[in-house]
Design a protein around this ligand. Sequence first.
Ligand SMILES: NC(=O)c1ccc[n+]([C@@H]2O[C@H](COP(=O)([O-])OP(=O)(O)OC[C@H]3O[C@@H](n4cnc5c(N)ncnc54)[C@H](O)[C@@H]3O)[C@@H](O)[C@H]2O)c1
Ligand SMILES: [Zn+2]
Ligand SMILES: [Zn+2]
Length: 396
Amino acid sequence: MKAVTWQGKRDVRVEDMPDPKIQEPTDAVIRITSTGLCGSDLHLYEVLTAFMTPGDILGHEAIGTVEEVGAGVPDLAVGDRVVVPFQIACGDCWMCLTGLPTQCETTQVTSEGMGAALFGYTRLYGAVPGAQAEYLRVPQAQYGPIKVPQGPPDDRFVYLSDVLPTAWQAVAYADVPQGGSVAVLGLGPIGDMACRVAQVRGAGRVFGVDLVGERLRRARSRGVETYDLRSYDNEKELIAAIRDETEGRGPDAVIDAVGTEAHGSAAARLAQQASALLPRKIGGPFAERFSVDRLAALHTAIELVRRGGTLSLVGVYGGMADPLPMLTMFDKQIQIRMGQANVRRWSDEILPYLTDEDPLGVDDFATHRLPLSEAPHAYEMFQRKREGAVKVLMTP
Ligand SMILES: NC(=O)c1ccc[n+]([C@@H]2O[C@H](COP(=O)([O-])OP(=O)(O)OC[C@H]3O[C@@H](n4cnc5c(N)ncnc54)[C@H](O)[C@@H]3O)[C@@H](O)[C@H]2O)c1
Ligand SMILES: [Zn+2]
Ligand SMILES: [Zn+2]
């Protein structure tokens, strides 16, 4: 089969790999019909390369058709249409039964001290072959795959694998009061969808922050009050602007949908690396003011949220000794919740929103659909935020 493989920093290639086979009775093999490219894949592309091995198959967002099922998977049949959650979980251990499949005690990667195994996500998460491929072996298929109806296009359901439950959990963890306010930092696929989920779940005001024109426009067109980071000399000005809209207090909740590759105004030593990563049209003067600071968005979130408010971290962080402003966090009495999304905990709540009325706008959420063979281009375009790329789906 053809699969997208990691070969080195910013080097992905489509290669011929052996077709996956059933190895355990609880496996299924899925023929993938659509597979997404995620901000999390970008961490592997550039930053987490130390945990990758050349030849690893990437990807964790898949929808497709069941091709083969093991004897221990009674509820799936060949031909079923399924979405595959990005994490692998048993559904039956203490953690899974508590609603935390990301911490599944059957699939935890204990040798690395990590939680549940994930598809296509480094040896820290089990080095499981990923979903940007023609076929995918799905372990623990008695629990993971979500059956969806035949008929509507893949776009309707594919985001159940990651984007939708991630945005849903981000909003649930943010604990926005009915009619209250939430600021979402980062309007990539996750932040954009978190804004939409916050709206349908009753937030009164949704503020969105990013520094890419198309992403800001897209959110604004759906009623988000947008703030362009590039219009401010520093994050204090941005924070003041949003506080002005919230009686001087700051929003009830802040969702950080940026994570560890934030563009911020600190850490000038990384300026050069930052300008290499920025889209060309903002690489010039902008790069003189902003550079990559791993914690920029998190620090903004801590300052921005109102006293007693909630921070929901959905962007991935990976540092082991990151400095945090504990005085501010303690004094402001901030609640913080974070983690990988527990897909099956939320999927049944989300399914009723995936209808012809399309309240979350999933049907035209993807900005690009490319053949899998164009994965190298897709990665580069998405990382550099070129050609208006927000969400890219690939067709094997
Ligand atoms: N928790 C989970 O289960 C889970 C699941 C999927 C993705 N993620 C993570 O969520 C994050 C977002 O994913 P994505 O697919 O939307 O990726 P993305 O890279 O497309 O989105 C990040 C956005 O943040 C913007 N940004 C950068 N610095 C900023 C700053 N200082 N302030 C405001 N915006 C800033 C970027 O311009 C970009 O639009 C990533 O870290 C990803 O790994 C987490
Ligand atoms: Zn993803
Ligand atoms: Zn489990």
